[in-house]
Design a binder for this molecule. Structure first.
Ligand SMILES: Cc1cc2nc3c(=O)[nH]c(=O)nc-3n(C[C@H](O)[C@H](O)[C@H](O)COP(=O)(O)OP(=O)(O)OC[C@H]3O[C@@H](n4cnc5c(N)ncnc54)[C@H](O)[C@@H]3O)c2cc1C
Ligand code: FES
Length: 269
């Protein structure tokens, strides 16, 4: 997006309701260039503040962000409509290094809103499907309404993604899997020496997914996690996002498990 340090105007071109507390904002920003899957932007809502939000897609020259209403900034963002403006700077951070794994099988694991960060990886792989092996996408949510992007599943499957869904609590009419996302591994055949794992979701989910992938034989350097911490500057100067010996905004948010093994899962870090 040109100079990532400069705040730009972003026009809210479209707002899509995903569920009762989650919306997709499709933004038009002049001079937008490329981003890599897993990176994030800082979104600024006038007189309220900035929040880091993953880039969940870039299609038709629009930048997509999927936002859950949780606090002050997102509350004010949800008051805005198509035609309103917000500020945006980015893209920031490290990405899921899919380009390094051509020819490999890929297992993507997403919990709840974590699918927002994994979705650009799915789109990247579909566009280059022939240069990768099998691609599994395991998605878990608390309940069926927590499953995001339902309108995209058919397209993803047709694009060669082996999609498996599960919910913690089924609702009426749900005929899919029930249970935590790691239980879906029993339906997946992995060749560990040529498989990379990439995940995003609540830390507890990533903790157990990492354990499972290690048990299945993946190496520490071939497991990637997307970490989340409160941020202010997003460029490595304020220290708000410190996570042990790293800053999530500039050393992450995507880390290999090898890099963060000593600090991952440690309480209060
Ligand atoms: C790299 C990255 C990518 C992200 N991507 C997305 C995304 O795609 N979509 C999305 O919806 N969110 C995403 N988030 C999370 C989002 O940035 C936060 O939820 C953000 O805090 C929301 O801002 P808010 O002002 O609305 O809520 P806040 O007022 O910040 O409150 C959010 C929650 O954090 C708690 N909280 C507030 N301050 C602190 C504190 N200092 N310490 C501990 N807890 C605190 C609050 O109680 C509340 O539960 C991402 C975060 C990171 C770091
Ligand atoms: S948010 Fe300031 S150092 Fe990361």
């Amino acid at each position: 997006m040109g100079n990532p340090f400069v705040l730009k105007r972003a026009l809210i071109e479209e707002v899509v309701e995903e569920n009762e507390n989650t919306r997709r904002f499709l933004l038009k920003v002049d001079g937008f260039s490329e981003f890599k899957p897993g990176q994030f932007n800082m979104l600024y809502v006038y007189a309220q503040g900035e929040v880091p939000i993953s880039i969940s897609s870039m299609r038709r020259d629009l930048i997509e962000h999927t936002v859950r209403l949780v606090g002050e900034v997102t509350e004010d963002l949800f008051l805005l409509k198509e035609g309103d403006y917000i500020g945006i700077r980015g893209p920031y951070g490290t990405h899921f290094p899919v380009e390094r794994y051509e020819g490999w099988d890929i297992v993507l694991v997403a919990g709840g809103l974590g699918l927002a960060d994994i979705k650009p990886v799915v789109e990247y792989l579909i566009e280059r499907r022939e240069v990768y092996g099998r691609v599994f996408l395991l998605v878990g949510a608390k309940n069926p309404s927590g499953l995001l992007y339902k309108g995209d599943y058919k397209k993803w499957k047709e694009g060669g993604i082996e999609l498996l869904l599960t919910v913690d609590k089924p609702a009426e009419g749900w005929s899919g899997h029930v249970g935590v996302v790691t239980e879906l591994f029993k339906f997946v055949e992995l060749e560990p020496h040529r498989t990379v794992g990439m995940m995003c979701g609540p830390e507890v989910m990533m903790y157990f997914t990492t354990k499972k992938l290690l048990k299945l034989g993946l190496s520490k350097g071939n497991i990637y996690l997307s970490m989340e911490r409160h941020m202010k500057c997003a460029v490595g100067t304020c220290g708000h996002c410190q996570f042990g010996y790293t800053f999530v905004c500039k050393d992450g948010p995507i880390f290999s498990y090898e890099r963060i093994k000593p600090i991952f899962g440690v309480k209060e870090l």
